[in-house]
Ligand binder design. Structure first.
Ligand code: SAH
Length: 254
């Protein structure tokens, strides 16, 4: 079981597979007021940077599930490097439908909400692993500027404008699902560059090492077109953030 090979090629050198940076994850960890021994579940944990650094910095314990064997292996190595192997475990599996045995304090899906069939389905899935007053984390794109045409949405690698909302609407949509947004940390254009531009050098080096690979032509043409596509579309039109959610309380009427 694996994700499409092109991602394992283009993102092989990424520690973070989304427009967040080390600093943004540190900001988010502090914002959530994590306590030692807090349990964190991460669906689509990638190379494990969030869980590993929070284990080091906040003493959390956690489990990450990811479908890429390469990223899962890198996550385990990162846990070794940071000396947190007794706090975090990484499982190579499809996270669709995954529910933890023990309820967790934080249940996250950061940049992989297709796992639950979209934002609403992923929130529902995560809620089944969450203790009553726990926090759900959703990492999701939004339109930083409304794209004037469908072609511009496609330039951002969306299928259609309707794939994403603008930020106020995304935030309001969590409310309609019965959740309060209790924190949020947003990526910025520098973060997009770290995610997208870091792929270019990786592709260039991969091509040099693998000129006869069946994907060499595809990687070559991506390398030739991606910088302009990113500069014209993703960097300008797409925002991205992590939203911390708690079920809205029902207060007694007085
Ligand atoms: N949360 C990570 C990775 C985000 S990228 C980070 O912030 O770095 C999306 C991740 O989802 C990739 O690591 C990919 O391998 C993983 N993925 C895709 N489909 C999946 C599935 N069905 N189950 C588990 N992981 C999946």
């Amino acid at each position: 079981m694996d994700i499409p090979r092109i991602f394992n090629i283009t993102e092989s050198a990424h520690r973070i597979h989304n427009p967040f940076t080390t600093e943004k994850f540190a900001t988010l960890g502090a914002a959530l007021r994590l306590e030692p021994e807090d349990r964190v579940l991460d669906l689509g944990s990638g190379s494990g940077e969030m869980l590993c650094t929070w284990a080091r910095d906040h003493g959390i314990v956690g489990t990450g599930i990811d479908m890429s064997p390469l990223f899962t292996e890198q996550a385990k190595q990162r846990a070794e490097e940071l000396g947190v192997t007794d706090q975090v475990q990484f499982i190579h599996n499809d996270a669709a439908g995954y529910i933890s045995d023990e309820r967790v304090d934080v249940a996250a899906c950061v940049g992989a909400t297709w796992i639950g069939g979209g934002v609403a389905g992923t929130i529902e899935l995560l809620a089944r692993s969450l203790r009553a007053d726990g926090i759900i984390l959703i990492g999701e794109p939004y339109w930083r500027q409304w794209p004037p045409t469908e072609d511009i949405a496609k330039g951002c690698l969306a299928n259609a404008i309707s794939d994403f909302l603008v930020l106020p609407e995304l935030v309001a949509s969590f409310g309609r699902l019965g959740y309060d947004v209790v924190e949020m940390v947003l990526a910025n254009q520098d973060g997009w560059d770290r995610y997208e531009a870091a792929k270019w050098l990786t592709m260039r080096r991969w091509l040099e090492a693998n000129p006869d690979d069946v994907l060499a032509q595809e990687v070559q043409s991506k390398l030739a077109s991606e910088p302009e596509r990113h500069a014209a579309y993703t960097r300008e039109y797409l925002g991205w953030g992590v939203f911390a959610l708690m079920p809205r309380l029902r207060l007694k009427q007085v």
